[in-house]
Design a protein around this ligand. Structure first.
Ligand code: ASP
Length: 324
């Protein structure tokens, strides 16, 4: 009898302890896992958001790069992390494309996570090494088609945005190129600048400064509209190329089972971060569009993810004959 009472007491204490810990959350640093290499576009978005979320959370949000081809390891690690709010994931459209691209994925984007909210959407740009001879998109197309056995395309592995964009592009122009995979487009950009690879498709968060300083050649934007921060760069559509439209959206996730009081704090912190004038300006400068407040929440991210999985599955299958 005594031991039952003791056990009940212990359970109550543990429960209260758990509830108290949830109310006091966070009492230490929060880790934000990034699926790609440091210095790349996802890393850039992560660092802006992490720094701004630190203020409302009252703790530092530490960006941890866990790069892997296609970005498939970080989601698995967050899936397997303790659901206590100290390990969260930032990811992009790869959460919606990998379920179609991989036969065996060790996480399920629709069942293994809690959703914090949508962050922003970033267009991509077709950029080439500084010595690429073509002076406009027409010449670029003619050049890469004429040299298709020599030209190489850099990406961040199957499931990366650069992979998706390249796949759509190759399918649209009906030409394959040798693809060189990196663990992020940060290192890929270094090789592009050095001329070791010929071209790639990367987010404006990474390419804007290189384009503005003339360090890379740019041949088009993958969104339907031009980007305010790069007003002189025409879209691919404007230049007559259909079927390569892609916008890279970012979302924030926590492991499935993260308690509601913790989730509420993370959602509130994300919303506060995205309302911050410095954050908004920084995103604008990088060509990114912050989602409106009504989409910076769990329901909107979950709905968007589901819709994107459904949208991309047939397009990937169609373009897949040109995938690497
Ligand atoms: N955005 C990735 C990075 O940060 C690469 C990609 O998705 O293509 O490197």
């Amino acid at each position: 009898m005594k031991s039952i009472a003791y056990a009940i007491g212990l359970a109550a204490v543990t429960l209260c302890g758990g509830a108290a810990a949830q109310q006091q959350y966070p009492t230490r640093n929060v880790n934000m896992l990034v699926p790609f290499a440091a210095g790349g576009p996802t890393d850039t978005v992560a660092r802006v958001v992490a720094q701004a979320m630190g203020k409302p959370l009252g703790q530092t949000v530490v960006v941890e790069n866990r790069p892997s081809a296609g970005g498939i390891l970080a989601p698995e690690q967050v899936k397997n992390a303790k659901p206590d709010g100290y390990q969260i994931l930032i990811h992009h459209i790869g959460m919606a494309t990998t379920p179609t691209l991989y036969r065996q994925l060790r996480f399920n984007p629709l069942t293994d996570f809690e959703y914090i909210g949508l962050i922003n959407e970033v267009p991509m740009t077709i950029v080439a090494k500084p010595t690429m001879p073509a002076k406009d998109f027409k010449e670029f197309l003619a050049y890469i088609k004429a040299n298709k056995d020599k030209v190489s395309y850099a990406n961040a592995g199957i499931g990366a945005a650069s992979h998706l964009c390249g796949m759509l592009f190759m399918s649209a122009i009906q030409t394959d190129f040798l693809t060189v995979p990196y663990k992020g487009t940060g290192p890929a950009m270094n090789d592009l600048l050095g001329g070791q690879v010929d071209f790639m498709c990367d987010q404006t968060t990474s390419t804007s400064s290189q384009i503005k300083s003339g360090k890379v050649k740019v041949y088009g934007i993958t969104s339907a509209q031009r980007v305010a921060s790069l007003p002189d760069v025409p879209t691919l559509q404007e230049q007559g190329l259909k079927g390569a439209d892609v916008g890279i959206w970012h979302g924030l996730y926590a492991p499935k089972g993260t308690p509601k009081p913790v989730m509420d704090k993370l959602v509130g912190a994300l919303q506060e971060a995205l309302a911050d004038a410095t954050v908004r300006q920084r995103f604008t400068d990088l060509g990114a569009v912050t989602y409106p407040k009504e989409r910076q929440n769990p329901a909107a991210l979950q709905a968007h993810l589901k819709a994107e999985i459904e949208k991309w599955a047939p397009l990937i299958k169609k373009a897949g004959q040109y995938a690497d």
